[in-house]
Design a protein around this ligand. Structure first.
Ligand SMILES: [Zn+2]
Ligand SMILES: [Zn+2]
Length: 126
């Protein structure tokens, strides 16, 4: 009797360790993250906010903290990425302080303070 139940337990553990099951769970998690991402990006306009860019391929778009307070915000809500998308959905897509940038513009803004697209437009030399 007790032998049988411990066998069932072992089987249970095996089920959860099954790479196929784990792969499936991972795929479901990924699908959910992609869905949340699409929802958030759509709410913010599905387009890079940088003047002179206008990238609209969702795969390249990220949510940007307009005032550069992303690190503090991520710390406050307990993470970035999917945590952030979930937070934005839960808070009904707050428009103040958030915008969409593409990965290029976002990276450049992080390094230079603003994107080279903007510098080009204003005629300054970087
Ligand atoms: Zn851009
Ligand atoms: Zn740009």
């Amino acid at each position: 009797m007790s032998k049988k139940s411990s066998e069932t337990l072992a089987k249970d553990r095996e089920y959860h360790r099954d790479p196929e099951v784990r792969e499936k769970e991972k795929a479901q998690g990924r699908k959910k993250r992609v869905e949340n991402r699409a929802l958030v990006l759509q709410a913010y306009g599905n387009r890079c906010a940088c003047p002179g860019c206008g990238e609209s391929h969702v795969g390249f778009l990220v949510i940007d903290h307009v005032n550069g307070d992303g690190a503090a915000h991520r710390q406050k809500i307990g993470g970035g990425g999917s945590v952030m998308y979930h937070w934005l959905i839960k808070h009904d897509f707050p428009k103040k302080g958030f915008q969409i940038l593409c990965a290029n513009c976002n990276m450049a803004k992080g390094i230079y303070g603003k994107c080279p697209h903007e510098t080009e437009r204003s005629g300054e030399t970087p």
